[in-house]
Design a protein around this ligand. Structure first.
Ligand code: SF4
Length: 280
């Protein structure tokens, strides 16, 4: 009997814990975590069901004590691995990340500071400098969430990135979802028109240096295969007024694919998955 296949790319939030508390954060907090043996079961299930690429996110994934074991386990199954991290703890896992990660996602919020902590920008630039000296490195994707604080500084951020080995600059429209982002919506959110104006020339200016990807709020609506750190599959819903994450079932449920297919907008899912792993 043929196994029913999952979509090819899955995002797994391996923890909701974070050493930062960014005011624009739209990640959930205090979600229980699957232990390593449950994660092993999960990776096996995903491989058997046809998943080819895993995006590891959080919270901060490097806070897990077993992060190295997780990477090695994923490598056994030959998944393509995307790691989304603040970079704060990068040097603790530098060699394992360099060996196993295909795409490394790091944040830059401002050309001269960071939402995360006072040392974060310096650390991210150290990571980029480290890879500048190496022939072999992961694809590097820098992420910037556009808010009232930084929408006028995007060209300066792009100018900074020109000095480093960056392959993709992904620019996100701020999303008012979950605790911090909702609490701070009035001081962070800009209108759609302002966002469009702020990003409109960036592709022309920087496409000779790296790929520029613009991610609007509507691109996130019902567009992912997200597995939370407790194994619950969640789907973002955004009607451009309220953005929520709906729990649609557990990844180990027999009918989880049916539940996902009833919610997802497949065209958006595939274009997001493509933008994540295709950097050309
Ligand atoms: S935005 Fe990222 S680094 Fe900041 S609190 Fe949220 S998960 Fe942590």
């Amino acid at each position: 009997m043929q196994t029913i296949q999952f979509p090819p790319t899955a995002t797994i939030y391996i923890t909701s814990r974070c050493n930062n508390n960014c005011k624009h954060c739209f990640g959930p907090k205090n979600v229980p975590e699957m232990d390593f043996s449950k994660l092993k079961e999960l990776f096996c299930l995903l491989r058997v069901r046809g998943v080819k690429a895993i995006l590891l996110g959080g919270g901060e994934p490097l806070l897990r004590d077993d992060f190295g074991e997780i990477l090695k386990e994923l490598a056994i199954y030959n998944f393509k691995i995307f790691l989304d991290t603040s970079g704060d703890l990068f040097f603790r896992y530098r060699d394992l990340i360099s060996e196993h990660v295909d795409v490394l996602g790091l944040p830059i919020d401002f050309p001269d500071s960071s939402y995360r902590n006072k040392d974060n920008l310096r650390t991210v630039l150290r990571v980029l400098s480290y890879y500048q000296q190496l022939g072999k490195r992961p694809i590097i994707r820098i992420g910037t969430v556009v808010t009232k604080d930084n929408f006028e500084r995007l060209s300066d951020i792009g100018g900074l990135l020109r000095n480093y080995p960056v392959d993709i600059w992904k620019i996100y429209q701020f999303t008012p979802q979950n605790i911090n982002a909702i609490k701070n919506v009035s001081i962070l959110q800009i209108s759609k028109e302002k966002f469009d104006n702020a990003v409109q020339n960036l592709e022309n200016i920087f496409s000779g240096n790296f790929k520029v990807v613009i991610s609007r709020r509507e691109d996130r609506d019902r567009a992912y295969f997200f597995v939370a750190s407790d194994g619950v599959v969640i789907m973002p819903y955004d009607n451009m007024s309220i953005c929520r994450q709906i729990k649609i079932g557990n990844i180990f449920d027999n009918d989880i694919l049916d539940k996902w297919e009833k919610c997802v907008l497949k065209g958006r899912y595939f274009s997001n998955a493509e933008a994540t792993f295709n950097y050309k």
